[in-house]
Design a protein around this ligand. Structure first.
Ligand code: AGP
Length: 609
C-alpha cells in the first residue's frame, strides 16, 4: 500500500506535499518522491528510504511550483531504490505518474513499449503508465487517461501530471482509495484523509472506476466511460490530534492505551448509558431480514481474522447461528457455497484490504447478503457492502492493529447479542446480565492496562532475547493466542506461534522445553482443560507465563509470571486478555530497539494481493 498526495493551488506545493506524505508514511515507507510543475518543466526528485531521506535531498534544491504530486512507496515490484521510487516519468519527462496498486499485465505492456523504443529506468510495474500516457496524449489529458485505462489490468489509484496541462492534476481510482480535498483557491488529492486534514475538512470520496481532474478552482469527476459523476462533499469530524502521538513514545502505545475509550465509543453507538437498551437502528438490515439468515460467513485477514475467529463463538452461543470463518485470501480461490440465507460479514479496519474486498464481492456474487465491519467511513468495503457497522476506534496509525482489534471484538459481541435477540435465542435475563458487564468493560480495560504494565515489562526484559514463543488458549481466547503471537512477530521479529491448547498434545508439546509458553487461563467453560494443559507443560519443564482471573492463585506454582485479570464473562474476556499480550509485544520490541510503528516489510493496509 502506498501513499499518494497532490496539490493544485495558489501556494508553493512542495511543503504541502511533504506534509501530506508525512501523514501517509504509515501506508508505506521504503522510498518517497515528489514532482512539481515548474517554469522549466516537470521537476522530479525521489529517494529510497524513509521520507527524511527525501527531505535531505531537497534541502537547498527545492523546486518551486504550485501544482505537484508526492508519493511514499511500499514495494511490490522492484526493490526499494531511488530508480524504483515514484513518481515515474515518460521518456521526455512530460508526463509524471504516481501509483498505488498493481498493474497485472505490465510485463506484456512493457515489452510492447520497449519495442516502440521507449526507455525504462525502473523495474516497477508502475512506470509503464508514464510511457502509455506519453503515447496516448494528443492534447486531451482525460482522453489519454481513458485510452490507457482500456489497456491495463489490475487495481490501482494513480495521480498524473502533464507538463502541457498547467495547474492540473488527474486522479484515477480502481480498487484503491483516493480522496479529493476541497479547499479555498486550492484543491488536494490523497490516498487518505489525514494527509489533507490540516488544509480542509471537506472531502469527496472517489468511487470505483472514476477519474478526477483537480485544478485550483475546480474539481470534475467522470467515470471511465466519460459520464459526469457528482456527489456532496463529506465533512470530516475527527481531528488531526488523533494522528499525533500526544506525548507517547510511539503511536502503538498511544493506541493501546486508547482502547478503553475506543471500546466505550464503539459501545456507545448501540448501548444506552443506563438501562438495557441495545440498538442497531442505523443498520440497513432490519430485524426481520436478520432473523431470516440461517448461517453466517465471516471473511477477514490478519488481526481482523482473529476477531472473526472470536466472533464465531458469540454468534453460535448467543444467536445459535452456524458460523463459518474463512481467511479472505483463501475464500476467494475456493468453492464455498454461500446462498441467500447466508449473512456474509467482511471485517476490515481499513476497509481497503484487497483480499477482503475481493471476498466480499465473491460472497455477494454467490448470493449472500454482505455486512461490512470497518473503522473507516467511506472505505471501499463500507461502500460496496449491503450494510455497514462502524467501529469507533478513531485513526490507527501504528501498523500493528490494537484498538481497531478490540473495537471489532466489542462491536461483534454486541451484534451477536442483537442477532440473538431478534432470533429469539437469547433469554432476556442473559441479555441484561451481559449488557451490565458490557458497560463495565472499558473500566476493566483501564484497570488491566495500569495493573499489568510492570509485570509485563519484567517479563519482556527476561525473554526479549528469546527466538521463539508459544501462545495457547481455548474457546473465546484461542484467537487471542493467535493475535498475541502475531503482535510479537510483526513488531519484534521474534517468531511466535498461537495454538489451540487442546492441540498441544498433537505435536507442539515437543517444543515447550525450548520456548516460553504464554497460556490464557482465565475462568471459562474449559478452565479445567486449560489447567491440565498447563500442568502437562510444567511437568515437562516448560516455562509458563500465565494470564489468570484475579483471585485464582491455584496456578501460581506453574507460572514463571502470573498476570491476574479482572473477572468478566468468558464472552467478554478477550477484550481483557489481549491487553497484556499487546503490551508484551510492544515492550519486547521497544527493548530490542525495533521500529514499533513502522515494522519492516509491512504496511498498515494491504491493498495488493
Ligand atoms: C495486524 O496487526 C496487521 N496490521 C494486519 O494483520 C492487519 O490486521 C491485516 O492486514 C488486515 O487489515 P484490515 O483489518 O485493514 O483488513
Amino acid at each position: 500500500m502506498c501513499g499518494i498526495m497532490g496539490y493544485a493551488g495558489n501556494q508553493s506545493a512542495l511543503p504541502i506535499l511533504l506534509s501530506g506524505l508525512q501523514r501517509l508514511e504509515y501506508r508505506g515507507y521504503d522510498s518517497a518522491g515528489v514532482v512539481l510543475q515548474t517554469a522549466d518543466g516537470l521537476a522530479c526528485i525521489k529517494e529510497s528510504g524513509a521520507l527524511g531521506e527525501l527531505r535531505k535531498l531537497l534541502d537547498g534544491h527545492a523546486p518551486e511550483g504550485r501544482c505537484g504530486l508526492g508519493h511514499t512507496r511500499w514495494a511490490t515490484h522492484g526493490i526499494p531504490s531511488r530508480e524504483n521510487a515514484h513518481p515515474h516519468l515518460s521518456c521526455h519527462g512530460e508526463v509524471a505518474v504516481i501509483h498505488n496498486g498493481v498493474i497485472e499485465n505490465y510485463d506484456s505492456l512493457k515489452r510492447e513499449l520497449l519495442g516502440k523504443g521507449h526507455r525504462f529506468v525502473s523495474q516497477t510495474d508502475s512506470e509503464v503508465l508514464a510511457h502509455l500516457l506519453e503515447d496516448a496524449y494528443a492534447g486531451d489529458p482525460v482522453a489519454a487517461v481513458r485510452a490507457v485505462l482500456s489497456r491495463i489490468k489490475g487495481y490501482f489509484a494513480f495521480g498524473i501530471l502533464f507538463q502541457a496541462q498547467p495547474d492540473t492534476l488527474i486522479g484515477v481510482r480502481f480498487n484503491n482509495p483516493l480522496v479529493v480535498g476541497l479547499g479555498e483557491g486550492a484543491n488536494y488529492l490523497a490516498s487518505d484523509i489525514p494527509a489533507i486534514l490540516p488544509y480542509t475538512r471537506r472531502v469527496l470520496f472517489l468511487e470505483e472506476r472514476e477519474i478526477v481532474v483537480v485544478r485550483p478552482e475546480s474539481v470534475v469527476v467522470t467515470d471511465f466511460a466519460g459520464a459526469p459523476r457528482t456527489r456532496a462533499p463529506y465533512q470530516v469530524t475527527w481531528d488531526l490530534a488523533e494522528a499525533s502521538k500526544e506525548g507517547f513514545p510511539h503511536f502503538m502505545l498511544k493506541e493501546i492505551m486508547e482502547q478503553p475509550r475506543a471500546v466505550r465509543a464503539t459501545f456507545s453507538g448501540h448501548v444506552s448509558p443506563e438501562g438495557h437498551n441495545l440498538s442497531f437502528a442505523d443498520l440497513a438490515l432490519s430485524a426481520e431480514r436478520l432473523a431470516g439468515f440461517t448461517r453466517v460467513l465471516l471473511l477477514a485477514c490478519g488481526t481482523s481474522w482473529h476477531a472473526a475467529l472470536t466472533a464465531k463463538y458469540g454468534l453460535e452461543e448467543l444467536a445459535g447461528l452456524p458460523t463459518d470463518v474463512q481467511i479472505a485470501s483463501e475464500f476467494r480461490y475456493g468453492d464455498t457455497p454461500v446462498g441467500a440465507s447466508t449473512l456474509a460479514i467482511a471485517i476490515s479496519q481499513s476497509g481497503e484490504t484487497s483480499d477482503t474486498l475481493a471476498a466480499l464481492r465473491m460472497a455477494r456474487e454467490r448470493g449472500g447478503t454482505v455486512l461490512a465491519v470497518t473503522n473507516i467511513v467511506g472505505s471501499s468495503l463500507a461502500r460496496e457492502a449491503d450494510a455497514v457497522l462502524y467501529t469507533r476506534a478513531g485513526l490507527e496509525v501504528g501498523v500493528a492493529a490494537t484498538k481497531t482489534y478490540t473495537t471489532q471484538l466489542a462491536l461483534l459481541t454486541l451484534f451477536a447479542l442483537h442477532l440473538g435477540r431478534v432470533r429469539g435465542t437469547l433469554p432476556e435475563d442473559r441479555l441484561v446480565q451481559l449488557l451490565d458487564q458490557v458497560r463495565g468493560v472499558p473500566d476493566r480495560m483501564e484497570q488491566v492496562l495500569s495493573q499489568t504494565a510492570a509485570a509485563v515489562g519484567e517479563c519482556a526484559e527476561r525473554y526479549r532475547t528469546g527466538y521463539n514463543f508459544m501462545f495457547i488458549g481455548r474457546r473465546y481466547n484461542y484467537p487471542n493466542a493467535f493475535e498475541g503471537a502475531l503482535k510479537l512477530k510483526e513488531i519484534s521479529y521474534i517468531h511466535a506461534e498461537g495454538y489451540c491448547a487442546g492441540e498441544m498434545k498433537h505435536g507442539p508439546l515437543a517444543l515447550v522445553n525450548n520456548v516460553p509458553t504464554v497460556a490464557i487461563a482465565v475462568q471459562g467453560r474449559t478452565y479445567d482443560k486449560m489447567r491440565s494443559n498447563i500442568e502437562v507443560i510444567h511437568a515437562r519443564g516448560g516455562v509458563l507465563i500465565l494470564l489468570v482471573t484475579e483471585g485464582d492463585t491455584s496456578l501460581d506454582a506453574f507460572g514463571r509470571f502470573v498476570i491476574p485479570l479482572p473477572a468478566v464473562d468468558e464472552i467478554l474476556s478477550p477484550l481483557l486478555t489481549i491487553l497484556p499480550l499487546q503490551l508484551l509485544a510492544y515492550q519486547v520490541a521497544v527493548r530490542n530497539g525495533k521500529n514499533v510503528d513502522q515494522p519492516r516489510n509491512l504496511a498498515k493496509s494491504v491493498t495488493v494481493e
